[in-house]
Design a protein around this ligand. Structure first.
Ligand code: FMN
Length: 360
């Protein structure tokens, strides 16, 4: 296998080429306003990462519909009222030669009633989450809300969007044979369960310009997902040529899958070996040291997404460039340290809920 350098550029089908193989993973940070407007704190923390050398800088998941609101301080993309903040963020990121992307999400049954003022929505009724099934007309409304959000991001000056099909949120709920019990064309067979994602991607491709990129994030475990199905979906999406990149969220790239029948090899290998045509694939999950990042490329993927390593080091790519043996600071870190890396109090408090991250 050819050895790709972490600092080799990565061309995409649409939009500017990435100057290297580092993407900032989408990181919910609770720093924006309760009504969905972006805050200067969120813009500041992301701009520091763009400045720190990421070839692609991705925002936290942003809700495309008021009913898809999943977190406090989450910024939204469902209204033109958000355009000033979105434009400010895009301009600030684009000043640092990075491919600027907004991650788009709908929380589905994981949107708390406290934020949305009613029972959450889901592909089908779900007693555990107190969620009700979307009607077919509402499914169309969800699709349209992803497309309108993408158009808004394009208008604001972003290079692209990533569709969040992972981690048990609405699109992942559609993919899950356990959660999705629909009897119409959005439920049942795997092509039916994937249909909503396919229609969102096709709609964005049709209505956004030729320089606008579309990424897709999938995760292969939990939420009733079947690894073999997610492999099929991943391969199909890459071979379709409709997406610009596939982002596989593995939580731990080199761990072995939980599912019986797949445990003999690490997760990364199950995806790196798929046919991909000319669509690049990347992985996220405990890529902390420079060596682990190189190991991912050696395992056959095209790029890496850095999450917690980038919270710890805003200039993670620059650090790896300067030191091929780079290791991030050891955990836990102090609140003062995270503040020096551009996190404001709500984000630091959120990180304190992640075991072993913050020394309290
Ligand atoms: C604080 C925090 C917030 C996250 N928010 C998101 C998010 O908004 N969207 C998403 O797809 N994944 C989210 N993730 C998952 C990360 O993008 C990433 O896949 C995961 O953290 C594994 O990478 P890491 O080990 O480098 O942190 C989040 C993870 C963390 C730690």
């Amino acid at each position: 296998m050819t050895k790709i350098d972490l600092f080799a550029p990565l061309p995409l089908r649409h939009g500017p080429e990435l100057k290297n193989r580092f993407m900032l993973a989408p990181l919910t940070n609770l720093q924006s306003h309760p009504d969905g407007r972006l805050s200067d704190e969120e813009i500041h923390w992301l701009t520091m990462r763009a400045e720190g050398g990421f070839g692609l800088t991705m925002t936290a998941a942003s809700h495309v519909h008021p009913l898809g609101h999943g977190f406090p301080g989450q910024f939204g993309t469902f209204s033109d009222d958000f355009l000033p903040g979105l434009s400010k963020l895009a301009k600030s990121l684009k000043a640092h030669d990075t491919h600027a992307v907004v991650q788009l999400v709908h929380g589905g049954m994981r949107s708390p009633k406290a934020y949305i003022g009613q029972d959450p929505v889901c592909p089908s009724d779900n007693a555990e989450f107190g969620a009700r099934a979307l009607t077919e007309a509402e499914v169309q409304e969800v699709i349209e809300s992803f497309i309108l959000s993408a158009l808004r991001c394009e208008k604001a000056g972003f290079d692209g969007v990533e569709i969040h099909g992972a981690h048990g949120y609405l699109l992942c709920q559609f993919l899950s044979p356990e959660v999705n019990q629909r009897k119409d064309r959005y439920g049942g067979s795997l092509p039916n369960r994937y249909r909503i994602i396919g229609e969102i991607i096709a709609g964005i491709r049709k209505r956004c310009g030729p320089k606008f990129s579309i990424g897709l994030r999938l995760s292969p475990e939990r939420f009733g997902l079947k690894l073999a199905e997610i492999r099929d979906v991943a391969q199909e999406a890459m071979l379709s040529g409709e997406i610009d990149y596939l982002d596989m969220s593995l939580w731990s790239a080199f761990k072995t899958p939980e599912e019986v029948g797949f445990a003999q090899r690490p997760l990364i290998e199950w995806f790196a070996e798929l046919k991909r045509g000319s669509t690049p694939i990347g992985v996220a999950g405990k890529i902390m040291s420079a060596q682990t990042a190189r190991d991912c490329l050696s395992a056959g993927v095209d790029f890496v997404l850095i999450g917690r390593g980038a919270i710890l080091h805003h200039d993670y790519p620059k650090k790896v460039k300067a030191d091929p043996d780079f290791q991030p600071v050891s955990l836990p870190v102090t609140r003062a340290y995270l503040e020096s890396e551009g996190l404001s109090a709500p984000f630091v408090n959120y990180m304190a809920t992640w075991a072993g991250f913050v020394a309290d």
